[in-house]
Design a binder for this molecule. Sequence first.
Ligand code: PA5
Length: 445
Amino acid sequence: MVKVNLSGCSSFVSQAAYDAISTDALAAFDTLMGGNGAGNDFLGWKTLPSQVPDSLIAEFEAIRDDWKFKGIDLVVVIGIGGSYLGARCAIEALSHSFASLMGGKKDAPAVVFAGNSLSEEYLAELMDLVAGRNTACIVISKSGTTTEPAVAFRVVKQAIEQRYADAAERIIAITDAKKGALKTLATQEGYKTFVVPDNVGGRFSVLTPVGLLPILLAGFDVRRMLEGAREMQLALQERSMENPAVKYAAMRNLLYKEYGKTIEILVSYNPKFQYLGEWWKQLYGESEGKDGKGIFPASVNFTTDLHSMGQFIQDGNRILFETVVNVENSNREVTIGLDSQNLDQLNYLAGRRVEHCNAMAMLGTKLAHIDGGVPQIEVSVERIDAFNLGGLFYFFEFACGVSAYLLGVNPFNQPGVEAYKKNMFALLGKPGYEEQGAVLRERLG
Ligand code: PA5
């Protein structure tokens, strides 16, 4: 269960200001719960944990078994933004840190990602990998028209078609139920398809086939993940300032609106959560950064980044606050041994677990950063596993909805991302963009 602790903010904000924003936060909660705010046709994610049918998971398991029977040992998952980050986040968090060097997860294919950039080198190197492996592919695009995954898919699809007579059985498309180029292509080629529900936006789609299928194929327990999300869904129904999502939303907006904290850094003390930071940045950045408003979401991994960004956080421009994701228990144990010579002078730690050092680093950093003018919100989970990850996904999604309404923006649109796309299409010479292309080329000289 996710818990939120605001004690690291108490020396920065007044109780009166917190009480005042609490009223607005509860009103934003009502808007989200009542489904009567901006973008309310995109609220399908709210009930996903209790609505994903077990038959869907059973279908995914059948695909897993079929691909296992075919000896498939590499699954290329193609997608960008919300069609990629949730699965990547979960797989990175749940995998052994050295999985690829240890021969991968037992009984599961290697899952790699593509279509999340336009790097030619990355794709060429992916083709090197594909050439030596028994490959299948999942292509994910809600709109079905996004350029990055479309380019990657064309390359991967051709490689698969050249090598396998059963190519169509090795490709799954996850897209809109009715529209988009990917839907048309999948229908024509006879691919198995799964639907991204109309009322679930990309960055809220991790608990749809978009996230669940790749996570299951990578060998992880998506039923447990849904259970965790379900428990969180129930807990977040409570209309109170004890509701952790409302608490988090209220405090981050207060720090932003009243105290000039325009940057929020999501901090993790476990490298397995690096991609939680990436997923969270997209969720909050795309949901809140609009109409000239929004907290800029950044992320760091401590203690690693204490030796790079630590200086700025401690001592630089005081526009920051931190949200620390505290994992209460490590899944593994390493105890520091005694050394008779003690040349490294670490015997004072002998018998201690490394996790104890990590916990002390976290507490020491908390106090130092508070002394340096950086408020801290703490979001705690019991451990890193499928259950807690499901809870964390739902928690951050729900809090994002409350927070964006509190900020006064529509959490569920992303008008800003169209600008680069139009320019790129114009410069690439996409039919229909000729005039704009000429204007841009002149501007670029
Ligand atoms: O959250 C969003 O809606 C976006 O980040 C999309 O997920 C991203 O742009 C990819 O879009 P699509 O799934 O349509 O290819």
